[in-house]
Design a protein around this ligand. Structure first.
Ligand SMILES: *Cc1c(COP(=O)(O)O)cnc(C)c1O
Length: 368
């Protein structure tokens, strides 16, 4: 039996009729940008996130960029960022003229190591950007305490972790302004690009609303040099249909992860995901590690099982960041993760049988 890396089939079946009806309503409304559907989804996602405000934008990268811009982070500013994140977090800093200052993760959880933060802080540091990677909440109490002590902003990258929590508080509700993505494969996915910012600060929310819409609050009056980065009505309507299912889909992801944990336990050469005390994990990805990663991936591909690597090259080793001058070995944990990580198939509604097929193929590889 073939197992893809990701299937939308169970999710799509659960919402097909409602999504098509919602799309028809937008079509018939004759209003396609910044209307009732966006306002409604923003209110619903703010309520879901336990924040006062949500501002819909065009994608997750724009959400990160506008968050930094709203905080007036600019040329010469330093922003602390994980060494092992998706490049989007770094790019947003570069867009505003700032410098990404990488900090290494805890190797068990892949999330920012709070004990390394203070050594990275300089007089130019303005903010910390924790990324709740793979679906697990960062150790936010320690991160927030350090941010407060040094008077730094916190901007969460919550693209992979909608609905995760640290000590009972939801990710995307800790920082001054926080970004998320509704890219189709994310835990809450649109039918194209979409993203949002969450915040409890009304002033910052207003700045982001202005920045996303040409720097304008009143049509054709432009206060600042803004962007065109609006969540569109069609995507907002789709997201409003899917949001009420997210808790259920998260539980299904957690069940799939628990089955993997069970079926893959005890393989000496295979490191399974671990969750920090106080954190919850919503399993955007189920990531394992092994020194024999490339061989394992080839073995699974040959067996018809889809896998991906998140991510094969850490940002500091990307050609795009050659100008920062980092040599091989500059961030050994990020490099180690890039060389050894493998994401196994994971989606809400994946069956126990499918998990078993993947797990047996992994076992067979290590037993051979
Ligand atoms: C997906 C993702 C983004 C970017 O979101 P887009 O909507 O694709 O622009 C940013 N950060 C992380 C950690 C992501 O996984």
């Amino acid at each position: 039996m073939k197992v893809p890396f990701l299937s939308f089939t169970p999710q799509n079946q659960a919402v097909r009729t409602d999504v098509l009806e919602a799309m028809a309503r937008v079509f018939d409304s004759q209003w396609y940008v910044l209307g009732d559907a966006v306002r409604q989804f923003e209110a619903e996602y703010a309520a879901f996130s336990h924040t006062q405000e949500c501002i819909g934008v065009a994608n997750g990268l724009d959400a990160l960029h506008l968050a930094l811009k709203a905080l007036d982070i600019k040329d010469g500013d330093e922003v602390i960022v994980p060494s092992n994140t998706y490049i989007a977090t770094w790019l947003a800093i570069s867009f505003v003229g700032g410098t990404p200052i990488p900090v290494e993760p805890v190797l068990d959880t892949y999330n920012l190591d709070p004990t390394l933060l203070e050594a990275a802080i300089t007089p130019r540091t303005r903010a910390i950007m924790p990324v709740h990677l793979y679906g697990q909440a960062c150790e936010m109490d320690a991160i927030m305490a350090i941010a407060r002590k040094h008077n730094l902003y916190v901007i969460e990258d919550n693209a992979q972790s909608q609905g995760a929590a640290y000590n009972g508080r939801l990710t995307g509700s800790f920082g001054e302004v926080n970004a998320t993505s509704f890219y189709p494969g994310k835990n809450l996915g649109a039918l194209g690009d979409a993203g949002a910012i969450t915040t409890n600060d009304a002033g910052l929310a207003k700045r982001v609303r202005t920045l996303r819409n040409y720097g304008s609050q009143q049509k054709y009056y432009n206060e600042v040099i803004g962007h065109n980065s609006r969540l569109d009505e069609l995507q907002a309507a789709v997201l409003s249909v899917k949001l009420p299912k997210l808790l259920d889909w998260t539980r299904q992801r957690q069940e799939v992860a628990a089955l993997y944990d069970q079926h893959l336990a005890g393989i000496a050469q295979l490191k399974l995901p671990a969750t920090a005390a106080g954190a919850t994990h919503v399993y955007h990805l189920y990531v394992v590690r092994t020194a024999r990663r490339d061989e394992l991936q080839q073995h699974l591909t040959a067996a018809g099982i889809g896998t991906l690597i998140h991510y094969p090259v850490p940002p500091h080793q990307q050609q795009a960041y050659a100008s920062l001058g980092y040599q091989r070995g500059a961030f050994p944990l990020a490099e180690e993760i890039a060389a050894t990580c493998l994401s196994l198939p994971m989606w809400p509604g994946m069956t126990e049988n499918e998990v078993e097929v993947v797990s047996s193929a992994v076992r067979a590889f290590f037993q051979a």
